[in-house]
Design a protein around this ligand. Structure first.
Ligand SMILES: Nc1ncnc2c1ncn2[C@@H]1O[C@H](COP(=O)(O)OP(=O)(O)OP(=O)(O)O)[C@@H](O)[C@H]1O
Length: 302
């Protein structure tokens, strides 16, 4: 478990993390989300004792990182997959990590198998693709078999099969009862991987809730309708619906549900060629929610 209490980090006048209080629980994958510059990495760095909080605390299983006797047995992390000695082989990179952290040599072979790098373990890490480097970083995080895991953008650079592999791994690690925290910009991926979400913006907590609760509370529901012939939009409007008509002939209906649309079609003798309830995706909800907190935004495209 990771417990953040009033966690704050200032760089000069800028506040990167602002009085953050939340708990990352075991047994679930928690998606740690926020727009660029929201403070996710800074929060992870403070949790891992790599940056000192200006105020507040970050505890891993009840203790500060620096008070953990063998930290890699308590918490594993992937922060920057490229942070390896380029000329050292994947195996030797992990061996150096294991030996300098009081972990048994045999774990190196085990984690190499686990991440699918055994066949290339003797190649220099500098020659690895970004996807292979991500796998090596994940192997490093798992070396101490820790109950708490932090992954900063673990699917960055992975191909679709690699992304699916990471998703299964994260879910398996959580199912074993571990605390798994994953930051990612890929909302569609998070929607399939996370059980719980902690969302921050400008260093402050915006949401701490289950994924299902987050979507149910904040997503708008609309009905996508395609009708043969003209005039059905007016029928819907007359029944109190708000209708957006697209040039493709698609009607996006809000204010009444799919059942009511179907009944109106029956009563007016209208043939429907498509009738589909639609909820906002995590990406749409996230964008709407964090619009105020984006650090940089482009102008309207022309
Ligand atoms: N060492 C530093 N010195 C000064 N400012 C910093 C430092 N590290 C981070 N910041 C600033 O703190 C804020 C939070 O940065 P952080 O990297 O934690 O955000 P993030 O949510 O991880 O962003 P991203 O999604 O882009 O990785 C940003 O405005 C960043 O510019």
């Amino acid at each position: 478990m990771i417990e953040l209490r009033g966690l704050t980090k200032r760089f000069g006048d800028a506040t990167a993390v602002d009085d953050l209080t939340c708990t990352f629980r075991p047994g679930v994958v928690t998606g740690f989300l926020g727009p660029n510059g929201a403070g996710k990495t800074t929060t992870m760095l403070m949790t891992l004792g790599l940056q000192r909080p200006t105020a507040g605390t970050a505890h891993v299983d009840g203790r500060r990182y620096r008070d953990l006797p063998v930290p890699m047995r308590e918490v594993g992390a992937l922060l920057d997959a490229r942070a390896v000695h380029a000329s050292r082989s994947g195996r030797n990179h992990l061996l150096a990590l294991a030996l300098s952290n009081g972990l048994p040599r045999r774990r190196v072979g085990e984690v190499l198998e686990l991440v699918g790098l055994a066949a290339v373990a003797s190649k220099a890490a500098g020659t690895y693709s970004l996807g292979m480097s991500q796998r090596l970083g994940i192997a490093g995080a798992l070396l101490g078999d820790p109950p708490v895991l932090l992954f900063d953008e673990p699917v960055n650079g992975l191909d679709p099969s690699g992304i699916a592999w990471v998703r299964t791994l994260m879910r398996d690690l959580a199912a074993e009862g571990r605390t798994v925290v994953v930051s990612s910009h890929l909302m569609s991926e998070m929607e399939q991987t996370a059980d719980h979400l902690v969302v921050i913006g400008k260093g402050r907590l915006i949401a701490d809730t289950s994924l299902a609760g987050f979507l149910a509370e904040r997503s708008s529901s609309e009905v996508l309708v395609r009708a043969a012939g003209a005039g059905f939009a007016d029928t819907l409007r007359a029944a109190g619906a708000t209708v957006a008509e697209h040039v493709s002939g698609e009607l996006l209906v809000t204010g009444i549900d799919a059942y009511a649309v179907g009944k109106l079609a029956l009563a007016s003798g209208t043939v429907l060629t498509e009738l589909a309830p639609r909820r906002s995706s995590l990406e749409e909800v996230f964008m709407a929610m964090t619009a105020e907190s984006v650090e940089f935004s482009g102008g309207a495209s022309r």
